[in-house]
Ligand binder design. Sequence first.
Ligand SMILES: CC(C)(COP(=O)(O)OP(=O)(O)OC[C@H]1O[C@@H](n2cnc3c(N)ncnc32)[C@H](O)[C@@H]1OP(=O)(O)O)[C@@H](O)C(=O)NCCC(=O)NCCS
Length: 215
Amino acid sequence: MDDAVEIRAYEPRDRQAVREICRSTAYGGAEEALIDPHLFVDLMIRAYTDFAAGSVWVAERRGGVVGYLAGGFNRGRLHRIQAWRVVPGAVARSLGRGLLWRRSLWRLLADLPGFLAEARRAEAPEEERYPGHLHVNLLPESRGRGVGRRLVERFLDEARHRGLPGVRAVVYETNHPGRRFFERLGFRPLGRQPAFKPPPEEGGREWKIVYGKEI
Ligand SMILES: CC(C)(COP(=O)(O)OP(=O)(O)OC[C@H]1O[C@@H](n2cnc3c(N)ncnc32)[C@H](O)[C@@H]1OP(=O)(O)O)[C@@H](O)C(=O)NCCC(=O)NCCS
């Protein structure tokens, strides 16, 4: 059977597959770390799949979606869609699933003052030089075959076509494969920011690296 991977624009029929990949690859596959998987997926991807906050491409292999890239070209537009169209409904649905009863939510809220203090101290990446933003996720069996690179190149072509000066991607500090991937593609670290998630049980805090690439 043909094992080739095709990169193509997202279509509404891909929605469930993309959401499933978003969920299963969260935090390196550690789904138990999610306060509510549906809420996480809504916040990560719904602005793109349902409200055209940017563009989505999928990687298709043997008739199935094995990965996707979601990318935006205007942060203001993304924030407006998140604030008005995604977050209220996503939180309401999560409350219906018992969000308030989850211990991890209260650990997140208890940590909020510390998170905000760290976020204020964090290095502010140069937002205006890198207005495009992306995240990319592949199923494990489709990694290491050049598919991630092809997805990012597709996004960079589109960003270039739209005249953007640069794009950014955010990667967990401990995600060494993800960091090497972006570095191989010519992204450079712009800053380090605290992750907005319940702190590790053993204490401390998780951090994210903001990468940027001029185009
Ligand atoms: C990160 C990810 C998108 C990379 O996609 P991929 O298809 O596996 O990567 P590619 O095969 O296109 O590799 C592109 C380049 O990155 C390098 N690279 C990719 N994975 C690497 C790894 N684990 N270690 C070292 N280098 C790596 C490759 O060597 C390659 O460089 P080269 O072309 O010069 O040889 C994919 O592994 C993934 O989905 N990971 C889980 C989710 C994630 O971490 N996303 C990033 C946060 S947004």
